[in-house]
Design a protein around this ligand. Structure first.
Ligand code: COA
Ligand code: AMP
Length: 625
């Protein structure tokens, strides 16, 4: 089967195509309704199928001869620990954990927030929720208490699962006080917090609300898998929108399992029993899909790495893990490869390890810039595959299908659309653009299995954000073009979202936070290009009249504010005080123009600009910074 045949079938006969793919999984009752539309005309996949994602990911393998195979390898240079879990051991630990949640009253449809570092208990907690048919919502550990509070109020969890601390290189980050603060800020109060005490730091438990994970798990009755329907929710994952309120992307059980299982062989060319490593964090969609669910649904071994690409202890960290655990495919963000390249440009560490198991390198989270692509290819002599996806889709929208037909690689392109994704480039007026013309990347409905079906608790925001701009299409928020060979080049967001070290952040939210400062009259936060992190935020602030703050104090105060409100991962450092901001005559800030000035790119002064002299003022302020 060629890529073209596979892709065409998925577009022309989606029901037959995905029914066939669904047969690769063990359902309690195979779905009859493959693709349906609800009363709001939203598409759902496999809605009447009966299943359990945890069963498909663990019990099925135990029942079919994989019980002794390693399911998960925990490798933590920061905690100086390595541990393996066979499918049987992982299934038993998940069943116990589910029993503990059940004893706390968690039932099908209840929400559980998981705020944990990269320790196996995070995966165990996710799978335990799936086992009960409960909906998990994992919150990345680098978010500060106010961000966690927003998610608590939106998801309204019955229970929160937390670890006493995370470890960032050699720094212990106490998680429990962050949770306590978040619960203080939030209006919704969880019934119970289950605390996993790490040996590096013991958290103080609040009597009547907090319970000790290990003690309660030990005595829990293992729970069986609860039967759920294909369209019941597996999880909510919050991602940045253009405002201060994140969007709760929801994922249904059926489509998620089918798409991920399919992608493991079709895109990543993995066979059951082989070792897959996604060096990300369970707090992001990559972690959900390819640290936890995808590899396990496919009967692979997944590597659970608590560490960094550099500094834990050096730029050889990834190559050490690959050689030690015989990893076949590595997947991480381009920023991680850039960090390694910066520390070890000549690949001295690469030469020190036996990397014969490694067959492919994957990158996503931001565009894989051609210099990094070339460096990786030269150093490793392996296929380096960039692929484009979003929290909203849960798997790749465009990629190179190594398990079907490997296409020639074009640096800078994320290759071709994946089955089910009918990708078009549209003008701002919604007209289809020709090859090589840059515009909005949109996907013709229906979206394939795994894609979001609403925003948690906010259907209107879902339709307004994704479906109303171009009727009949999902709008991705990314811009780019398709070349003459059908290759997709994703060139960046068309909205106020930036990607910092592969982490998706909202500059709109940052502006809302800066605006809360007493001295601020107006501000704009722009994503500036950064050699290591891809983009970093850069603030431009107009002070209220009569207020004066010097540049240095401003840098410090706004950076601290951002750290306190969003968290350290915002990587917000630079603020420049300006007198005015360039605007259109109708008062819209010309952010794209400011970004070009910041990045030292050529620009054309738009005819709509109110006063072109402001551009020289901005340049002068940047020089003084
Ligand atoms: N919990 C608490 N704090 C966290 C955290 C977590 N899970 N993750 C990051 N942070 C903190 C860091 O300690 C750092 O804090 P500091 O400013 O006090 O030092 C801050 O957030 C920024 O962290 P990071 O973005 O990791 O930057 P860095 O300069 O420490 O490291 C890289 C740079 C490139 C090594 C790092 O960004 C990296 O590993 N990137 C890969 C990203 C990735 O896997 N993305 C997933 C998408 S696929
Ligand atoms: P997230 O939802 O956090 O996965 O972020 C999704 C966004 O990251 C996309 O909308 C893109 O802007 C960007 N992105 C992810 N992967 C790629 C890629 N391979 N090429 C270009 N941009 C990417």
């Amino acid at each position: 089967m060629s890529y073209r045949q596979e892709y065409n079938k998925s577009i022309q006969q989606p029901v037959e195509f995905w029914r066939e793919k669904a047969q690769d999984l063990h359902w309690f009752k195979f779905p009859e309704a493959i693709l349906t539309q609800d009363e709001n005309e939203i598409h759902h996949w496999f809605s009447d199928g009966q299943m359990n994602t945890c069963y498909m990911a663990l019990d099925y393998h135990v029942d079919n001869g994989r019980g002794e195979q390693t399911a998960l390898i925990y490798d933590s240079p920061v905690a100086n620990t390595k541990k393996t879990y066979s499918y049987l051991k992982l299934r038993d630990e998940v069943a116990k954990c589910a029993g503990m949640l059940k004893a706390q009253g968690v039932e099908k449809g209840d929400c559980v927030i998981i705020y944990m570092p990269m320790i196996p208990e995070a995966a165990i907690a996710m799978l335990a929720c799936a086992r009960l048919g409960a909906i998990h919502s994992v919150v990345f550990g680098g978010f500060a208490a106010p961000e966690l509070a927003i998610r608590i109020d939106d998801a309204k969890p019955k229970v929160i699962m937390v670890a006493s601390c995370g470890i960032e290189i050699s720094k212990i980050i106490p998680y429990k006080p962050l949770l306590d603060n978040a619960i203080d800020f939030a209006l919704h109060k969880p019934q119970t917090c289950i605390v996993y005490q790490r040996e590096q730091l013991q958290a103080t438990l609040l009597p009547g609300r907090d319970i000790d994970w290990k003690i309660h798990c030990e005595v829990a009755e293992p729970a069986q898998c609860t039967v759920v329907n294909g369209d019941d929710l597996l999880y909510i994952l919050y991602t940045s929108g253009t405002t201060g309120k994140p969007k709760g992307v929801v994922r249904e059980n059926g489509g998620h399992a089918v798409a991920l299982k399919y992608s493991m062989h079709a895109i990543y060319n993995m066979k059951p029993g082989e070792v897959f490593w996604s060096a990300s964090d369970v707090g992001w969609v990559v972690g959900h899909s390819y640290i936890v669910y995808g590899p396990l649904l496919h009967g692979c071994t997944t590597v659970f790495y608590e560490g960094k690409p550099i500094m834990t202890p050096d730029a050889g960290a990834f190559w050490r893990v690959i050689s030690e655990h015989k990893v076949k495919a590595l997947f991480t963000a381009p920023t991680a490869y850039r960090a390694i390249k910066k520390e070890d440009p000549d690949g001295e560490f690469i030469k020190q390890y036996d990397l014969s198991s490694l067959k492919t390198i994957f990158a996503a989270g931001e565009r894989l810039d051609p210099p990094t692509y070339h460096w990786l290819t030269e150093q490793l002599g392996l296929p380096v595959i960039d692929h484009w996806w979003q929290t909203e889709t849960g798997w790749a929208i465009s990629a190179n299908m190594l398990g079907i037909e490997k296409m020639p690689i074009k640096p800078g392109a994320s290759t071709v659309p994946m089955p089910g994704f009918d990708v078009h480039i549209l003008s701002d007026n919604g007209e289809k653009l020709d090859a090589n013309q840059q515009g909005n990347i949109a996907i013709k409905l229906p979206l394939p299995p795994c894609s979001l079906t609403t925003i948690w608790g906010n259907f209107d925001r879902f339709t307004a954000s994704y479906l109303e701009t171009f009727p009949g299409y999902y709008v991705s928020g990314d811009g780019g073009y398709i070349d003459d060979d059908g290759y997709l080049f994703v060139m960046g967001r068309t909205d106020d979202i930036i990607n910092v070290s592969g982490h998706r952040l909202s500059t709109g939210e940052m502006e809302e936070i800066i605006a809360t400062h007493d001295a601020v009259a107006e501000c704009a936060v722009i994503g500036r290009t950064d050699d290591l992190k891809g983009q970093v935020p850069h603030g431009f602030v107009i002070l209220k009249s009569g207020v004066s703050i010097d540049q240095e104090t401003a840098q410090q105060e706004f950076a601290e504010l951002m750290r306190e409100k969003i968290g350290p991962i915002a990587c917000y450092k630079d603020t420049v005080i300006v007198e005015r901001l360039p605007k259109t005559r109708s008062g819209k800030i010309l952010r794209k123009l400011i970004r070009k000035i910041l990045d030292g790119e050529d620009y054309v002064i738009p005819s709509t600009i109110d006063d072109p002299a402001i551009l020289d003022e901005i340049k002068a302020s940047l020089k003084m910074q």
